[in-house]
Design a binder for this molecule. Structure first.
Ligand code: CA
Ligand code: CA
Ligand code: CA
Ligand code: CA
Length: 347
């Protein structure tokens, strides 16, 4: 079975070359926040050149090609043909070199036992990897669960038969060895694993999209005053909101946050354990995809949306000003999206 897998990987990888355009900048209003100098740096989503700033980038599902304008200059682009409808980009830093790696998860394919899922990664440091994991209906949830700075291959299986009360199953292949097999979730769960405690590893967590609550399984202690035991429940949004967790206040702890259909952002800041906003940026009603990331590199996540119909971006920078530009093609998937995002509401 090895040969077909290699062939598919080679076709997906394509050719990486350098050269491209620079995003344009436009004036806008600033977001107030704490000075970044004394605070830990947030991990930047979709940072391909490792300069601590999220890069504007897209995955073009029909051709399987990628393009990113690197914040440090130049561009990352690939030409490839072998991806299929339904492939889900799962951008993360799998080799731990501080640069995001191109990666997709294909829910079903003939090269894995039982038509299972296949995870392809093109490492920024060179080389590729193909791993059979998961199956159709699962959600990819890559994150660094064991704290070795390498993202781990992981899937969440909703309504798993072996779990009670409608819980989902988390299956994680830890990059440092071993695995996680744990039931956690409910029938309305959107998995949102992230480092909510600033312990250097991702917590199992999910967002209850019918009620707007974040539920985090903590390890080091309570993250909210009312917490009893390991489970933190944080009310952030209301039914219909999309989960957009990121470190908005720059203290190293991921903040639960929601993006409402009318375009309002509401982060629950870990520093004050309070809701912030609403901050109006974009709107689900006009198909915007929320893509929080640290685009100016000040350690705090910026409110940002990608508009697929015309591939336009709008980023409200925490360091001041805003950025709006066109990058990509109609229908592209932004690479700075949450890694488990599938493009299907509410995930
Ligand atoms: Ca960058
Ligand atoms: Ca890891
Ligand atoms: Ca925070
Ligand atoms: Ca920022």
């Amino acid at each position: 079975m090895a040969a077909p897998v290699v062939a598919v990987v080679a076709a997906i990888v394509g050719v990486i070359c350098v050269g491209g355009s620079t995003p344009t900048h436009a004036a806008g209003s600033a977001i107030r926040g704490r000075a970044a100098a004394t605070l830990p740096r947030a991990t930047a989503a979709g940072d391909f050149d490792g300069d601590g700033k999220s890069d504007l980038g897209v995955f073009h599902p029909r051709s399987g090609s990628w393009y990113a304008a690197l914040s440090g200059g130049g561009a990352l682009s690939t030409e490839s043909v072998a991806t299929q409808p339904g492939d889900i980009p799962v951008i993360a830093d799998y080799d731990g070199d501080g640069r995001a790696d191109l990666s997709i998860w294909r829910p079903s394919n003939p090269f894995c036992p039982g038509q299972g899922g296949l995870w392809f990664t093109v490492f920024s440091g060179g080389g590729t990897r193909a791993t059979c994991i998961g199956q159709f209906g699962d959600l990819p949830v890559p994150a660094d669960y064991d704290g070795d700075r390498k993202a781990d291959l992981a899937i969440y299986r909703p309504l798993n038969q072996g779990c009670v009360g409608g819980a989902g199953l988390w299956y994680v292949q830890l990059s440092g060895g071993g695995a996680i097999n744990e039931c956690f979730g409910d029938g309305a769960a959107v998995p949102v694993p992230a480092d909510y405690e600033n312990r250097g590893a991702a917590d199992l967590a999910y967002y209850r999209f019918l009620t707007g609550q974040f539920l985090v399984l903590t390890k080091t202690g309570p993250i909210v005053a009312s917490q009893v035991g390991r489970l933190a429940t944080i009310q952030v949004g209301s039914g219909g909101d999309i989960a957009v967790p990121a470190d908005y206040d720059g203290d190293g702890r991921i903040d639960p946050a929601v993006f409402s259909p009318n375009g309002d952002w509401r982060p629950w800041l870990s520093t004050c354990q309070c809701l912030y906003g609403p901050v109006p940026v974009g709107s689900i009603g006009v198909e915007d995809i929320p893509v929080p990331g640290d685009y100016d590199g000040d350690g705090r996540a910026d409110f940002a949306v990608f508009h697929p119909p015309n591939a336009s971006w709008y980023v409200l920078l925490t360091g001041g000003g805003a950025m709006s530009t066109l990058l990509g093609h109609a229908g592209d998937i932004p690479t700075s999206k949450r890694p488990g995002y599938t493009g299907l509401y509410p995930y």
